[in-house]
Design a protein around this ligand. Structure first.
Ligand code: ATP
Ligand code: MG
Length: 253
């Protein structure tokens, strides 16, 4: 698993993960099998973009700690490494992580943009570079009392429109869909959602309910990432990021 791999890394005496954030394996070990799996997720998202272009997509999960932030950040890196100009936004206004992952300050961020009264949104003022070429990061900013209101606001829509003009792809990390209404609040402003399921943790019923909610929301379910897959073939160090398209249809049966 990611933790185990990074453990090995530390024993070799490198400070890379300390500097780069513990979860960014696509930065620390781009040739590793897990990084390859993040690239597969990226490729599958590209396939979903063939008929109707995906300019903005968000990752969510049913509940907390199912791997959203890890998956979101690594997939964003994978897109950037493939040459796309990417803006990664921390839209989890409950448990933000991007400022820690990318070693950034968080006194200014998404919430600053959304609550500012300035007419023009100047990308350069709020967006910071994110370790790899082509990747820019917008941290959450100070946590607000009304996250879903901010995410559904016209100001958010306006900001995403500007972001989509500046970047090839906007990737957002969201709070879990069964815990808060943020995903639905944001849904009409984005082109799609990728759903993260943690194997052995996310309950079947939770998957079903979450997928129903995504299908009722105003955006497309682009697919799912099966996180922390126990493959069994490597002595219990199972890991994996599967990707599929089935859930949305199944939930409608
Ligand atoms: N495939 C994996 N293998 C091992 N550990 C993992 C894996 N995916 C995530 N983790 C670990 O699980 C924890 C939760 O992951 P992460 O923060 O990415 O989830 P999250 O869904 O964003 O959580 P939150 O609800 O707090 O936003 C972290 O400690 C992370 O390192
Ligand atoms: Mg998170």
């Amino acid at each position: 698993m990611l933790m185990a791999l990074f453990g090995k890394h530390k024993k070799r005496g490198t400070s890379e993960t300390m500097n780069y954030g513990a979860k960014l394996i696509t930065v620390a070990k781009p040739q590793s099998p897990i990084s390859e799996q993040f690239r597969t997720v990226k490729t599958n998202i590209n396939f979903m973009s063939v008929d109707s272009k995906v300019r903005s997509l968000a990752f969510t999960s049913a509940n907390i700690s199912e791997g959203k932030s890890t998956v979101t950040a690594n997939v964003a890196v994978a897109f950037a490494q493939a040459g796309k100009k990417v803006l990664l936004i921390d839209a989890d206004l409950h448990r933000p992580t991007l400022h820690q992952t990318f070693d950034l300050t968080n006194n200014v961020g998404l919430t600053t943009v959304l609550t500012s009264e300035a007419d023009e949104i100047n990308m350069e003022d709020v967006v910071k570079p994110g370790f790899v070429t082509n990747l820019s990061v917008l941290t959450s900013g100070p946590l607000p009392p009304n996250p879903s209101e901010l995410l559904s606001s016209n100001r958010m829509k306006q900001f995403l429109d500007v972001a989509e003009q500046h970047f090839d792809l906007v990737v957002l990390d969201l709070a879990p869909i069964l815990e808060v209404s943020d995903t639905q609040a944001l849904s009409s402003h984005i082109d799609g959602i990728v759903f993260v399921v943690r194997q052995g943790v996310t309950q079947k019923l939770a998957v079903k309910r979450a997928v129903e909610m995504i299908n009722l929301s105003k955006t497309r379910l682009l697919g799912y990432v099966l996180n922390d897959v126990k493959s069994g073939s490597d002595g219990g160090y199972g890991y994996g990021y599967g990707y599929g398209y089935g859930y949305g249809e199944e939930s409608k049966k």
